[in-house]
Design a protein around this ligand. Structure first.
Ligand SMILES: *Cc1c(COP(=O)(O)O)cnc(C)c1O
Length: 395
């Protein structure tokens, strides 16, 4: 299959666009790459595994030689659990930074692992800041690791990982990053941001299909992780050692998914790697945010914190607005949107990632406008409680 620069492939006729943060709309080439069966032990498949590991490492840019990439079966959360269980030793202690569902999930994972942690819970979306992290670390010398979420997909906020990394290492601690929904579209270069390990998965910004995640970690951390893991199947060190020795995954890999992922990585490269992919997603976001604001919608976040991954909009205050109806009307027009996750006010989310460009995003805005008209919603303005909520960010 040829790779033609920035070309966006529409989903097959009748398939809606997934405006969701993964699984997302993939290209025809990625889907077609799955039409063949592979022996997981065969050298051709081993070569595919080797190539995706190498390509992922290269995306780190300068300094990637100090890292290695370990693919792990399962959804993204399996890879997060593998990272936490493998790099935070039993006698370690984590500071988990949460401002949404994924930070909460990391804390929950630590609970299951039975490993010591403290939680900084910032609520639905407020960013954990460097100074507060520094203070917690100064007050608690037992903390060995900080766990941060890069883009907290539940609100769409891009957390200040650079700032968090700086204070973490200034205090002599180590940083682990859940970059699930950001990696591949937002830079996380070790030459710019210090960290020990990060995770992402096949079905986010690289635009593959779901089935595995990957841990990218410093080689010396991988070496030191031997014997830490609580789990046989999620042992990052064991997977790494086995893969380096035999070229194979320890247990059955999702072969079709892995081959489709290589296709997705080639398209990612053709688009200009992280910078190119990030630029398209940024245009997607800018078009949808400007268009929706024009309709009267308001974003949860101020511009500074808006990620190019997913955007949260407040539901309109108008009593004719019913989210389930809006969802169905948007779906009828070919767009699957995403319910919100805020606890205080009603919201919904629009993803900017996947095989979509600014023209599609313009159509999303038009579809929203038509859907509001069909529901008899005169104004998309949110309730005043929503704006009060947002004012907390400025405080
Ligand atoms: C998608 C995502 C995950 C993993 O979710 P799964 O449903 O297990 O794939 C973890 N963290 C973040 C920030 C995510 O966006």
């Amino acid at each position: 299959m040829e790779h033609v620069g920035n070309k966006i492939e529409a989903p097959k006729l009748g398939e809606p666009y997934l405006l969701t943060p993964g699984p997302l709309t993939t290209s025809i080439a990625v889907k077609e790459a799955m039409l063949k069966d592979w022996g997981s032990w065969d050298k051709d498949f081993r070569a595919v595994t080797q190539e995706i590991r190498q390509r992922l490492l290269t995306l780190l840019g300068q300094g990637h030689e100090d890292f290695d990439c370990v693919p792990m079966q399962g959804s993204g959360s399996f890879a997060v659990e593998a990272m936490l269980g493998s790099f935070i030793p039993e006698d370690g202690k984590a500071l988990v930074l949460a401002n949404g569902a994924y930070g909460q999930r990391s804390a929950k994972t630590m609970e299951y692992l039975g490993r010591d942690f403290v939680l900084l819970d910032k609520g639905d979306y407020l960013p954990p800041r460097g100074d507060e992290v520094a203070k917690i670390l100064a007050d608690d010398p037992a903390i060995t690791h900080v766990v941060a979420i890069h883009c907290e997909t539940s609100s769409g906020i891009l957390n200040p990982v650079e700032e968090i990394s700086e204070v973490t290492y200034a205090a002599g601690r180590k940083l682990l990053v859940d970059s699930m929904s950001a990696f591949g579209a937002v830079e996380l270069q070790p030459s710019e941001v210090h960290y020990e390990a990060m995770v992402s998965s096949a079905n986010k910004c690289i635009e593959g299909v779901p089935g595995f995640g990957f841990i990218i970690a410093r080689k010396d951390e991988l070496e030191a992780a031997q014997g830490n893991s609580h789990s046989l199947s999620l042992d990052v060190h064991a997977q790494w050692a086995h893969m380096n020795k035999t070229g194979q995954w320890r247990f059955t890999p999702p072969t079709h998914v892995v081959v489709a992922f290589l296709e997705a990585l080639k398209a990612h490269e053709a688009e200009g790697n992280v910078a190119g992919r990030g630029a398209r997603y940024t245009r997607n976001r800018d078009v949808v945010v400007a268009g929706m604001r024009e309709l009267g919608f308001e974003t949860l976040l101020q511009n500074r914190w808006l990620s190019p991954i997913i955007v949260t909009f407040f539901c309109p205050a108008d009593e004719n607005f019913v989210f389930d109806q809006f969802y169905q009307l948007m779906k009828d027009k070919g767009f699957i949107i995403y319910p919100g996750k805020l606890t205080v006010v009603d919201s919904f989310r629009v993803g900017c990632i996947g095989q979509m460009d600014e023209h599609i995003m313009q159509q999303v805005v038009t579809a929203a406008k038509e859907s509001l008209a069909e529901m008899g919603v005169a104004s998309a303005a949110p309730p005043s409680a929503a704006l009060e909520e947002r004012a907390k960010l400025a405080a």
